[in-house]
Design a protein. Structure first.
Length: 312
């Protein structure tokens, strides 16, 4: 049914670093899946012919000199103007043919993000260590923030303009997907997750993901965001541990005092008192910071609502 509204402008944004072997096929597959979309390839200091190959395949090529996927996403979101953004990697692992369905889901349900959760039948595409790490990090995010996605590390996502233009990208590397997920959860945005196929890289293309280094960075990002977004729980938990330790140290002193009227271990008494004071201060720090976070969250929510959503 024709609503009289112009078709939404769709941008496919592909962050790339040394993807000469795969970028042409990736660009071609997204152009075939979304003929009306503009495909942008953001080259992140590649040392091979990624930019030239992408340009020859019909993509609009731009450059981001600061190394790291987070820096590239920040530049893409700032520079590209569209109504709907389809973000994927340039390594031909994500199912471009699923893009129209993801976009339609975003439009039909008036969502702000649709995550293409990865489903792979090829062991080489999704290594067991990566699969385990993803499950652990996803479970941790759900415990810390109350809810989560099935695949928080997927780089295949469709965004509304409202999401993109209200998202303050702070990450520098592969932890950007975690930051995106937390941003959506914290602002309680309407989101969805759709299973999509995930394939192995073509011959000659190598993964830039370092399992342990990047896994550690993602873990520290989750903990940092937990400290920032949930200060009462974070600092309250630390305060509770300090208070419990103070009580354990104080119990023998109290029993001795009740029996003899003396406090023979003065250093222990001082330590217990100091721990109690620090525990109280830590708890009140959490309460104060929670007030600050609430104000920041209100500002972010207002910035988010200031951008027109799908169909507006």
């Amino acid at each position: 049914m024709d609503t009289g509204r112009p078709a939404p402008r769709i941008a496919v944004v592909l962050p790339c670093y040394n993807e000469e072997a795969a970028i042409a096929a990736t660009v071609a597959s997204f152009r075939a899946a979304l003929p009306a979309a503009t495909v942008y390839v953001y080259d992140n200091n590649s040392t091979d012919r990624t930019a030239a190959v992408a340009r020859a395949a019909g993509a609009e090529v731009r450059v981001e000199r600061m190394q790291g996927k987070g820096h590239v996403v920040r530049r893409m979101f700032a520079d590209v103007e569209a109504d709907i953004y389809v973000m994927a990697d340039g390594d031909e692992t994500y199912e471009a043919a699923a893009a129209p369905a993801l976009v339609q889901r975003l439009i039909d349900d008036r969502l702000d993000m649709v995550v293409g959760a990865r489903r792979s039948e090829v062991e080489a595409a999704y290594r067991r260590g990566h699969r385990l790490g993803n499950a652990v990090l996803t479970g941790m995010l759900a415990r810390l923030f109350g809810r989560s996605f099935g695949d928080i590390l997927s780089g295949y996502r469709v965004f509304s303009r409202r999401f993109v233009k209200s998202f303050p990208v702070l990450s520098a590397g592969f932890e950007i997907e975690t930051e995106i997920s937390v941003h959506a959860l914290e602002l309680r945005m309407p989101v969805a997750e759709v299973m999509t196929a995930y394939g192995a890289r073509p011959e000659g293309s190598e993964s830039k993901l370092a399992t342990y280094r990047d896994g550690w960075r993602i873990l520290t990002t989750i903990l940092t965001l937990f400290r920032i977004e949930r200060p009462v729980l974070f600092f309250g938990g630390i305060g509770a541990l300090l208070a419990a330790l103070a009580v354990l140290l104080a119990i023998p002193l109290v029993l001795t005092y009740m029996q003899t009227g003396l406090v023979p271990r003065v250093p222990t008494a001082i330590l217990s008192t100091g721990l109690s004071i620090v525990a109280v201060l830590t708890f009140f720090c959490g309460i104060i910071l929670d007030t600050v976070v609430r104000g920041r969250r209100e500002v972010r929510r207002l910035a988010y609502l200031a951008v027109p959503g799908i169909g507006n």
